[in-house]
Write a protein that binds this ligand. Structure first.
Ligand code: NAD
Ligand code: IPM
Ligand code: MN
Length: 361
């Protein structure tokens, strides 16, 4: 039996509530499709660990993760006790960088049975993939404050776009677009106002695009692109964006499909030199934590992406992925549903309903 080693990191807040449902479903899929998941749970990368140790992770976190095939990650952040930039730079952002997970894949899809906040839209109208650059760009710790505390105070925060980092995410996006039916790529930039890095991004998109004549390309400024996510979602197939723009688009997109509680993500090191990380797009949601009402589907769908990636699209993993997606579709259509979708079911009930359908598939 093929066995995969999974590091399970629930994190904070609703990460701890949706993770058991994610595990329930991926384990059901493993049992049904004939592979084994050897899961080890880590309690670090959490505000509780920080409270006890003054840091988010043990110094030997990398050692502890040696040999794992993937990280299954809930959410980190508890701003009441740890500043967000401390908790996130000390955990998730560290994984993305140290494991060179330079692709953040974030599918956006409107499902049958989910009320769409956009008037007149039906399933099929919203079905695209955000490919977010995940290791550089606007997310840096480069810069500083000068003349702090005076009226002359100056803050500088640098952005970093390397040719290597930009070309590889663009190439991945072109490859992904070419493999899809519509073969369309939208490049999100802001080459009017951000006058150095963004025209350069557009130039790199043109250069890489020479290798992909089958892919049609639409470069859009991020401001109007955001408006079109709302007004013309059928325009989109694959959307590639820098780290920050991709972050914003990957909350906006799911919001147009009814809730961010559905949105999954795959933080990939495509070459598999390091483990990849699978997590919901959403955060720890302190405002609803402790009630067991969070939607577990983002966590569960992320688990499906994990199984597909781990098995490299081999039949058992692809079948497991498809079975989980099918179960999610069925439960969104027929219930039970959590409150963000207008239902009254709790987190556990939705997890069980999806797991049962996977086992019966
Ligand atoms: P959030 O995603 O945690 O919550 C935003 C809103 O969406 C809240 O009203 C919340 O109740 C709701 N929501 C989120 N997930 C839901 C779900 N599964 N079901 C139902 N409703 C859901 O974003 P935030 O409030 O900006 O951040 C809270 C904390 O999470 C912060 O510490 C932030 O830094 C952190 N965060 C972590 C991650 C991550 O670990 N990947 C992602 C985003 C935010
Ligand atoms: C996400 C999150 C993170 C990000 C935060 C928590 C640092 O919002 O994964 O989308 O901005 O990348
Ligand atoms: Mn985000």
């Amino acid at each position: 039996t093929p066995t995969f080693r999974i590091a399970v990191i629930p994190g904070d807040g609703i990460g701890k509530e949706v993770m058991p449902e994610g595990l329930r479903v991926v384990q059901a899929a493993a049992a049904r499709f004939g592979f084994e998941l050897d899961c080890r749970v880590f309690d670090w990368a959490s505000a509780d660990y920080y409270a006890a140790h003054g840091q988010m992770m043990p110094d030997d976190w990398k050692e502890q993760l040696k040999g794992v095939d993937a990280l299954y990650f809930g959410a980190v952040g508890w701003p009441a006790t740890v500043p967000d930039h401390v908790s996130l730079w000390g955990s998730l952002l560290k994984f993305r960088r140290e494991f060179d997970q330079y692709i953040n894949l974030r599918p956006v899809r409107l499902f049958e049975g989910v009320p769409c906040p956009l008037a007149g839209r039906k399933p099929g109208d919203i079905d695209y993939l955000v490919v977010r650059e995940n290791t550089e760009g606007e997310y840096t710790s480069l810069g500083g404050v000068m003349y702090a505390g005076t009226e002359r105070e100056i803050v500088i925060q640098e952005s970093v776009f390397s040719r290597h980092g930009t070309d590889r995410v663009l190439r991945f996006a072109y490859e992904t677009a070419r493999a899809r039916e519509r073969r369309h790529l939208t490049v999100a930039t802001k080459s009017n106002g951000i006058a150095i890095s963004m025209p350069w991004w557009d130039g790199r998109a043109d250069a890489i695009g020479l290798d992909y004549p089958e892919v049609t390309v639409d470069k859009q400024h991020i401001d109007i692109l955001s408006a079109r996510f709302v007004l013309q979602p059928t325009r989109f197939d694959v959307v590639v964006a820098s780290n920050l723009f991709g972050d914003i688009l990957s909350d906006l997109g799911p919001a147009t499909t009814g809730t961010i509680g559905l949105a999954p993500s795959a933080n990939l090191n495509p070459e598999r030199r390091f483990p990849s990380l699978f997590e919901p797009v959403h955060g720890s949601a302190p405002d609803i934590y402790g009630q067991n009402i969070a939607n577990p589907i983002a966590m569960i769908w992320s688990g499906a992406l994990m199984l597909d990636f781990l098995t490299q699209g081999q039949s058992a993993g692809r079948a497991a992925h498809d079975a989980i997606l099918g179960a999610i579709e069925a439960v969104l259509r027929d219930g039970p549903r959590t409150r963000d979708l207008g239902g009254s079911a709790n987190t556990t009930e939705v997890g069980i309903a999806i797991a049962e359908r996977v086992s019966a598939s």
